[in-house]
Design a protein around this ligand. Structure first.
Ligand code: B16
Ligand code: MG
Length: 213
């Protein structure tokens, strides 16, 4: 059996993409940039600043702001996003997640979070699952975001397992690429797209049991 589990957050543990979408859409509107749900898909797993850069490029406004102004725009988006998360609770865990974490705990398999989100600790606390994770990689410490494997390698190290002995769970193509490049077994979780390179793909964590790894 594998010795460690590494989870993405948004799209795997809970689905906050709809809140990211509302906040980015409103920020875009204030800048005269329209984004739709299809464009929003391309922001999944991408860091806050890289998402802003993509949105500005989408609206041909990539050269219109200084770094300080961009920091301010990213903060404005995050303030709205955090407000939208106010009522997040255990009910917002995606199907099968709680059961899987309980199984991992019962079998002494350590779990870590490899999420691009700087809000991960707060979100996990609201979801009531913070204590299931031995470590949350701080995205501020990364040189490169997904699809670079750095975040997954750091996550495995934090729970003292080799990537080859770990399983990574992801809902985004960039994440699957990072997991595979780190040497882990990759589980893709998505109903909306085929995740290329995943060792197995399921619709939700409900379709998984830890004994299969
Ligand atoms: P924050 P994941 C990612 O989370 C989201 O998918 C992505 O849309 C978001 O921009 C990114 O976190 C950063 O989030 O603004 O909260 O720091 O899928 O890597 O768990
Ligand atoms: Mg994700």
């Amino acid at each position: 059996m594998k010795k460690g589990f590494v989870f993405d957050l948004d799209g795997v543990i809970t689905d906050t993409a709809k809140f990211h979408y509302i906040a980015w859409k409103n920020l875009g509107k204030s800048l005269g940039i329209t984004i739709d749900e299809i464009f929003n898909e391309t922001l999944k797993g991408i860091s806050r600043m890289d998402s802003l850069d993509k949105i500005l490029a989408h609206g041909h406004r990539e050269n219109d702001f200084t770094l300080d102004e961009k920091e301010e725009l990213a903060k404005k988006k995050n303030d709205e996003y955090v407000k939208l998360l106010a009522n997040l609770s255990e009910e917002d865990l995606l199907p099968g997640v709680h059961d899987f974490l309980v199984q991992a705990k019962q079998n002494n398999i350590p779990c870590a979070i490899a999420s691009a989100s700087k809000n991960a600790p707060m979100i996990l606390e609201k979801l009531g699952v913070l204590d299931f994770f031995e470590h949350i990689v701080d995205p501020e410490t990364l040189k490169k975001g997904k699809p670079n494997p750095e975040i997954f390698i750091k996550a495995a190290k934090s729970i003292n397992v080799e990537p080859k002995d770990s399983v990574g769970f992801e809902d985004a193509q960039a994440g699957i690429e990072g997991i595979k490049a780190s040497g882990m077994y990759a589980v893709g979780i998505s109903t909306s797209e085929r995740l290329k390179g995943a060792d197995v793909q399921v619709a939700s964590m409900e379709d998984l049991t830890i004994t299969q790894f």
